[in-house]
Structures are given as C-alpha cells and as structure tokens.
Unconditional design. Structure first.
Length: 488
C-alpha cells in the first residue's frame, strides 16, 4: 500500500484484557496503566517495531467500547489519562484514536499529556468534541482529525448521510492541516457488512447492506474532494476483495485531489431541493437523501499546466437518485477557486477514469450519470480566480424601539416600565438620552425602592405644563418617530 500513501495502520477495539481492573471491571490496573490481552497481542512493543521496519506508522485505540472502563480508578481521576499516554509511548505507537465509551472523554487532556512527552503522536477524536473558534477568532482544535458522523455502514444511504455531516466544518473554516474532519472510514471493498456478533445490525432479509462498484467510486471520490482522511475499512487479507477495490483505492489522481492543499478542504456548493428515498441508511431503515449534489475543492495549478493555467479546481457531481439523471454545475457562479471558463478555454480531466474530457464551453460542466454514479473532474482555467468581494458591513442597528406603559401618576419616582416585547429599560433610557428632542435623562439610583424600581425618567423635559407641578412632573420618552412625547 506504500505506493498509494496508505502508511498508517491502527489497532481498533479488542486489544485490552477485559475485567482485569482492581475491582474486576475495566482494563486499567490500580495505577491507571492499560492491561493488554497478551493471548492476542503477546508483545506490542515488538509489533510496533516490526511495523516501523516496514515503513508503517502504528496506532491504537483508547476509551474503548468493549468492556468500557467506568471503574473507580478512571472515574474522576487523572490516572487513566496518564496511563494511556504512558502506554502509547512505551509500546511505540505513533497515533491514538480516542473513542466515546469509557469515562476518559477529555481529548484536550490527552493532547496536553501527549505533547508533554515530546513524542509525535497523531490524535484522533471520535465523538468527543469538535473544533470551535475562540473569543480571539482562532480555531481551537486539540486533535489532528475528528469524526463528524455516526458509525458508517456499506450502504449508499449511509455514505451520503455521513458525507453531509462534514460540510459545516469545511465550509466554516474549521478544518485544514492538523485538523481534518472525516465522516468515518471507507467502505470500499467491504464484503462482510455484519460480522458475527455485531451489535449494530445493518441489513435485514429484505434490505441488503452492500455497495456496488459504482457506489464505491462515488464514495471514494466524495471522501477525496472533502480532504477526509482515507481510512480503509476492508479486509486487506482477502485478496479477491483487494483486487476488486484496487482500481478505486489506488487511483493516484483521485488520491492527489485528497492530498493537495491550496487553502481549501472542499465544500458542498449546491444540492437539489428535492430528495429521494434510500432504502437502507445503515441500520436497515430508510432515509431521504438529496437527488443530486455538487462539491468543489480549490487545488494548486498542476506543474504540467503552469505555462498556461492560472487556476485549478476539482469538481464532483453526484447522482443520488436510483435512476439515470443529468447533473450540472455553473462554473461561473458556484465553483470557488476557478477562473473564467466561458470562452471554451478550460481544460477538463475525469480523474476517476483518468481520461481527458472536451474543453468546457458555456461555463457549465454537466454529465448524464447512472444511478448513484459520479463524475470527479479537475478543471484548469487560463484565468486567475477572483475571490468574491466581502459583503458590505451591516447597517447600524436602529435606535431601540421603546414604548413605555405609564405608571401610577408618573409623579416623582414612578415613571412606568417598557411595554412587553420592546427594548429593555436600560436601552430605553439610552435611546431617550440620544434623542435630540429630549433635553435631559437620568438613571434612578440602584438604591431606589419606590414604585418602578431603578430606571430612567425625563424630569421637566418637554414639560407641556410648566405651571403645574414643575420639576416634579415626569415625561415618558418614546423614541419612535411616529410617536409623540407624552406628558404624565
């Protein structure tokens, strides 16, 4: 697999010695160090050394689901975080997947402890939080890759529903080098969708749980254009399965779309407003998926085209329907990263089929696709891409709309309260003070205990009865241009 850059190999659940903890539960000893089932893995250190001798980067799995550890040793304590990190380094692993079944759910804690070891370890987060933007506008992502979806199954409905979970992170600018989103592993080549003893069932007697070769290609292309880590979930010891999947998983041009970086992880640019029914979306139950989808990813200009091309983009058209359909994208309006293609000068290559296509004319790329089929194309333009202008700043908010309900008499201390649904008392005061028709405003002291409580009033301002109670009068200010100021 080295030829195709599949250079990581990880042990998933099942390595642990279940119920070996001091309470007869879990799999950590009293100091928090994880206990290994040596009948399956007699020497992990020797295993990882052998993997490295083959050029394979070894990884393993924490916060396991089989005999998930909820023991007193791990619950509410740091011992099992410390033990897992120590075991990762001691055994020579270079990646760690943290699942969601035990009590060790703080991926930031794992990241900090791994960093303190000084050993480079790739950290995968499975359902224990996602990246976010902090108050300074920086992306906070303590992991290297993170799951966005439920567990995947080899059905077209599951492929599409999982795929759609990635876009809010890619389009939201939360992903990129050292923080990749992925909608679970690849199901290309999977021939046993429901192994004996599986807890989460996929197929029923009436609804199979399998993908065909066309769906394999769509699945692989979709993961590639979204920069999702390409994690093979098939049985690599099955030569027939490997031979069948090889044209898909070993395609260097599709893998290149996945691996290249030009500031864009790929994104959904359009989808149908209508949906179609998928009979099995992972658990033998149906769901609705878009009739068609279009994804794009900005790419570096290929070296071979550098003499003429000024912008390059990958484009994926997906037919989600179970009938033949035409799917198209308007390159001038919906594809980021690509210069003009309206003059017939853009070159197109079908990278899944590894063949050149006719130059684009009219600025539209479309294809008539069989059920669940796709077209993954790389398009190069002789014109540079011009990013869209940022939207103009939002206009300032209008003055607070404050309509006050008068209090009893509005004499002296009692001036009323804001009407339900209008701005707060403080906003009303601020608006009154900013209104050129109001001459004075003041906040009643917080210590005031009279009717109405602390608030604002307009004393003797716009007093239409100066001969009355004088400055004991109060005026309610309603800063709505259609309203008049009312005197109590």
């Amino acid at each position: 697999m080295h030829c195709c850059r599949y250079n990581h190999a990880g042990i998933d659940d099942g390595w642990q010695l279940c119920n070996s903890g001091p309470e007869g539960t879990g799999f950590h000893n009293a100091s928090g160090f994880p206990m290994v089932n040596t009948s399956k893995f007699p020497d992990l250190r020797q295993m990882t050394a052998f993997a490295r001798s083959l050029g394979v980067i070894p990884g393993w799995y924490a916060n396991n689901c089989h005999c998930a550890d909820h023991s007193a040793t791990c619950s509410g304590h740091e011992a099992c975080y410390t033990g897992d990190v120590a075991a990762t380094v001691t055994y020579g692993f270079a990646s760690l997947k943290v699942d969601a079944c035990g009590v060790q759910k703080n991926v930031s804690d794992y990241a900090e402890r791994l960093n303190r070891t000084g050993v480079a370890v790739l950290l995968e987060n499975c359902h224990e939080g996602t990246p976010h933007v902090d108050g300074s506008g920086n992306v906070v992502c303590p992991m290297n890759l993170f799951r966005t979806s439920a567990d995947i199954r080899p059905t077209f409905g599951a492929i599409i529903t999982n795929l759609l979970t990635v876009d809010k992170y890619n389009s939201g600018g939360l992903t990129g080098p050292s923080c990749w989103a992925y909608p679970d592993m690849l199901e290309v080549g999977v021939t046993v969708p429901q192994p004996p003893g599986a807890v989460h069932h996929c197929e029923t007697p009436a609804v199979p749980c399998r993908l065909n070769a066309t769906e394999w290609q769509t699945h692989f292309s979709a993961w590639a254009i979204n920069s999702a880590p390409l994690v093979l979930g098939m049985d690599l010891t099955d030569p027939q399965a490997v031979d069948a999947a090889w044209p898909v998983i070993a395609n260097p041009e599709v893998i290149a779309v996945n691996q290249q970086w030009a500031g864009d992880t790929g994104r959904l640019v359009s989808q149908s407003s209508s949906t179609v029914a998928a009979p099995n979306c992972g658990h033998g139950t149906p769901c609705q998926i878009p009739r068609w989808l279009v994804y794009a990813k900005r790419l570096p200009v290929p070296a071979a085209d550098a003499s003429w091309a000024r912008s390059t983009t990958a484009l994926l058209l997906i037919n989600g329907a179970d009938t033949v359909a035409h799917v198209a994208a308007n390159l001038s309006t919906s594809v980021p990263g690509l210069g003009s293609c309206t003059a017939g000068t853009c070159q197109v290559r079908d990278v899944a089929a590894r063949v050149a296509m006719p130059n684009i004319t009219g600025g539209v790329l479309g294809a008539t696709l069989p059920p669940h089929a796709s077209l993954l194309a790389v398009i190069s333009s002789p014109y540079p891409w011009t990013p869209p202008s940022p939207p103009p700043p939002a206009p300032p908010a209008p003055p607070a709309s404050c309509k006050w309900i008068p209090g009893a008499g509005l004499k002296g201390s009692d001036i009323g309260h804001p009407e339900a649904g209008s701005a707060s008392k403080e906003a009303c005061c601020a608006a009154c003070a900013a209104d050129s028709r109001c001459k004075a405003a003041c906040f009643r002291p917080a210590s005031h205990t009279g009717p109405g409580g602390p608030g604002c009033h307009m004393k003797a301002a716009l007093d239409t009865d100066p001969g009355g109670a004088g400055d004991a009068d109060a005026v309610v200010c309603i800063p709505e241009r259609s309203q008049n100021h009312n005197k109590a």
